[in-house]
Design a protein around this ligand. Structure first.
Ligand code: ATP
Length: 795
């Protein structure tokens, strides 16, 4: 490359220390004038022009050198790089002979000497002149092949022309400047041009050596190898005039060295950009390309030109595997050990013409299978395809998901107004049910993660909650229970819009067919499910309460490590469920025990949670002590004391506004996170709460048609303790109280949360929820022997 030449010129030119190196290291820019003091001790030894400078350049030094050459035909010069004296008999011709300006009185040898000016040092091959061949006739099918007996000689037509010239039939002026005969296809030639360039000069070495032996005939060129960008079998018959060099051959031949110019003024230091730079590489489209392009985006072409045996087919590329583990263990090797289809980028799912989907990337992985981003090969639409595991239990459950989505999309919400995922298609691929959905963006968990688990603004929480409640209103009216609401199953429609959709109806059921007993992801699991009592659509409202609290806090409000731990956290934060729930619950005895009259005393409470020691001893398990993520235990305290967003920390008005909003949120969450499912607000009721409607919140609010008191009364016990600097009006708006909260640098609230643990919850949920789903779904679909085998109790 030119760079190495530059290095050569600077490092080995010990004598000419005043020579400045060339400025350009890339062939796209010809070199600027290097600063130099001219050493005139011998001809041509001082300063060298870069070989790729335009030969017709009017640089005075070059002119002077040419003049000196003509005056002194027996010139010799010292190569400034190796300090060897080289006579003209040893030098290589640099460019193909240009006989157009041959003087009639001048011998060919003298002409050649004159043309091989001192501007190029000996033994160094020059760059080819890509523009020398511009006027070749167009390639025609009649001139594509060389004579079979050509033996590496020039084509016959050229030999004829050469012979005629040697016989004197053609005057030198008409001999033509074109070295490559018209027989050659211009495109093919240019494609090979730069690679052939060094060889070109190599061929001219023999030209020169012939000349030096006293012959003035145009030498023959040595046989050349066929170059091809095509597989050998499909390679066109046209053969290039030059042999392609192997790397060792290239290295053996010294390339031309950029040369120096005296630097007389500052302006000489400016690089001279050559609009049509030499040293370009060949490409397949009859153009030349820069070295950078040739080794980056045109690498395949470059390889093809370098090696005739090189073939490249996209289809043979190693494909990026998207599924883990990726070893084929089931389903004839198509599935891994978990019965997940092993997906690769560029796989095609489906076989029917308009139902072929090109796999682009993985979007998510869940209990039921993988969700991949795909492109419909016919419509070019980008979609999400859920590839369900090939096991029967997942298949049957996913058929239910498809049916519910179909019902929602076509009957319940045909206008697509209520934030339900749209399903476009479904088909089976290699024993896997594939559900084709509209492509959505991030889920809410990812959004919180992007926000460093700091929670969202009140307005955004309100916007999201309104949409979720709207969906739940429709579901409740349709008597459908989602059964797996969580941030992971609520997706943004687009990354830049606060519009969302609810996905994953794989656990959904009709309210009248609540046969599953073990449902919902643990953090969002309603107390009635944990205790094991009949449930209804209100379990989704519990999940909504957990999600809204999480959107505010950034982390789950009840991040239970086990079901025992989940219930402990709920009770610690919200109090005990009513006695009837505990009495009725099939699982109550697992986690709770009745109080003796002495223990209960005067209190109405009849039960208590088993201590962790009691629980572990009884079930012979190890239960880790509950990790506390919040400094405060009660819901109102957690919300009130959560740190302020930075944007409001310096404004008391904004802090007051924030605290009012928080009180409203606490009241809202109290109604939605009511432990008693019979009192828990319905989505229709919750939609009317001031937190959603943005009406002024007075501190008391009853859902219309409900005589039940609002939840706020339960939490009035909060004793105000001055700790931070915040002040706000209380929820009744009468008195002014100081509330406990943390300023930015005070520890507590979610600041003290071990984010690492929480952020891993997705994986934890997935693995444990696997058991949940398998167990619960077996009941609905009619127990299969496989399901019964998989009946695993989670905790
Ligand atoms: N339409 C979609 N567009 C973009 N991403 C999606 C889409 N559907 C699902 N995903 C991504 O794939 C993940 C898993 O999807 P889904 O919840 O439907 O699978 P699952 O197997 O039912 O999971 P789970 O374990 O929750 O039951 C989602 O959390 C989401 O990130």
């Amino acid at each position: 490359m030119n760079t190495s030449n530059n290095n050569d010129s600077t490092s080995s030119n010990g004598k000419n220390t005043s020579l400045s190196p060339t400025l350009a290291t890339h062939s796209d820019a010809s070199m600027g004038s290097g600063g130099a003091s001219q050493d005139t001790s011998h001809l041509g030894s001082s300063i060298w022009n870069p070989s790729y400078m335009n030969q017709s350049s009017q640089r005075p030094l070059q002119k002077q050198q040419q003049l000196q050459q003509q005056q002194n035909p027996q010139f010799c010069f010292v190569n400034p790089w190796n300090e060897e004296k080289v006579t003209n008999s040893q030098q290589n011709l640099v460019y193909p002979p240009q006989y157009d300006d041959l003087n009639t009185s001048e011998s060919l040898d003298a002409y050649r000497r004159r043309k091989s000016s001192l501007v190029v040092p000996p033994t160094r091959a020059p760059a080819p002149n890509p523009f020398q061949y511009d006027s070749y006739p167009a390639y025609t099918s009649s001139n594509t092949s060389l004579p079979a007996n050509n033996g590496g000689q020039y084509p016959f037509a050229y030999q004829q022309q050469q012979h005629a010239y040697q016989q004197g039939a053609i005057p030198p002026s008409q001999y033509g400047t074109r070295f490559v005969p018209s027989l050659y296809d211009r495109q093919e030639f240019q494609r090979r041009q730069s690679l052939a360039a060094t060889n070109y000069s190599s061929n001219f070495s023999s030209v020169n050596s012939n000349a030096n032996q006293g012959t003035s005939s145009i030498p023959t060129i040595s046989p050349y190898r066929r170059l091809s960008a095509y597989p050998p079998s499909t390679s066109p018959p046209l053969q290039p005039p030059f042999k392609q060099l192997r790397r060792d051959e290239v290295q053996a031949q010294k390339l031309s060295i950029p040369q120096m110019q005296p630097c007389n003024s500052k302006s000489d230091l400016q690089p001279v950009l050559n609009a049509t730079p030499k040293f370009r590489r060949a490409s397949l489209n009859s153009k030349t390309i820069s070295p950078l392009v040739s080794v980056t985006k045109s690498l395949i072409t470059t390889y093809s030109l370098c090696s005739p045996d090189f073939t490249y087919q996209t289809s043979k590329n190693p494909k990026r595997v998207l599924t883990k583990p990726s070893e084929g263990k089931c389903n004839n090797g198509f599935d891994n050990i978990n019965s997940d289809y092993i997906l690769y980028v560029n796989d095609v799912l489906g076989v029917e013409q308009n139902r072929k989907y090109l796999v682009l990337d993985i979007l998510g992985q869940g209990t039921f299978g993988q969700v991949v981003k795909c492109q419909n090969l016919l419509t070019k639409e980008i979609l999400a395809v859920k590839v369900v595991k090939s096991r029967t239990e997942y298949l049957t459950q996913s058929i239910t998901e498809a049916k519910i989505l179909e019902l929602l999309n076509q009957k319940i919400d045909p206008a697509n107004k209520h934030h339900f995922l749209r399903m476009h298609d479904s088909f089976v691929h290699k024993n896997h049910l594939c559900l084709v959905f509209e492509l959505l963006s991030n889920n809410l968990y990812e959004l919180l993660k992007q926000n460093k688990f700091h929670g969202l603004s009140m307005d955004l929480i309100r916007t999201f909650t309104t949409q979720i409640l709207d969906s739940l209103c429709v579901l409740k009216e349709s008597k459908l229970i989602h059964c797996d609401l969580k941030p992971e199953n609520i997706l943004l429609c687009a990354p830049d819009k606060p519009e969302l959709k609810i996905i994953d109806f794989g656990s959904s059921c009709e309210e009248a067919r609540t046969v599953y007993t073990y449902i919902q992801s643990r953090f969002y699991r309603a107390p009635e499910i944990i205790l094991g009592i009949p449930y209804s659509t209100s379990i989704d409202m519990w999940s909504v309460g957990c999600i809204v609290a999480e959107l505010f806090l950034g982390i789950p409000i009840f991040p239970g490590a086990s079901e025992y731990n989940q219930l402990t956290r709920i009770i610690d934060t919200l109090g005990y469920p009513p006695s009837w729930m505990i009495d009725m619950g099939k699982n109550s005895g697992k986690f709770m025990k009745g109080l003796t009259p002495e223990e209960s005393g005067t209190s109405a409470q009849k039960h208590r949670m088993k201590t962790i020691e009691e629980f572990c001893r009884e079930y012979n398990i190890i239960e880790k002590p509950s990790k506390q993520y919040f400094k405060w235990k009660k819901l109102p305290d957690i919300i009130r004391n959560y740190r302020y967003p930075k944007s409001i920390q310096n404004s008391q008005d904004l802090i007051d506004q924030e605290m009012q909003n928080r009180e409203c949120l606490i009241h809202f969450l109290g109604g939605v996170l009511n432990l008693n499912p019979l009192e828990r607000w319905t989505p229709q009721q919750a939609m009317l709460h001031p937190f959603i409607t943005k009406q002024e919140f007075s501190g008391e609010w009853f859902p219309p048609g409900s005589s039940l008191p609002g939840p706020s009364g339960k939490y009035d016990s909060t004793k105000v303790q001055q700790k931070g600097h915040g002040r706000m009006s209380d929820s009744s708006g009468n008195a002014s109280h100081n509330y406990v909260y943390n300023s930015g640098n005070v520890s507590g609230g979610a600041d003290s949360v071990d984010i690492g643990t929480i952020s891993k919850r997705k994986e934890n949920i997935s693995s444990s929820f696997l058991n949940d789903c398998v167990v619960s779904h077996s009941v609905q679909e009619g127990p299969t022997s496989e399901f019964n085998k998989l009946h695993i109790v989670e905790e």
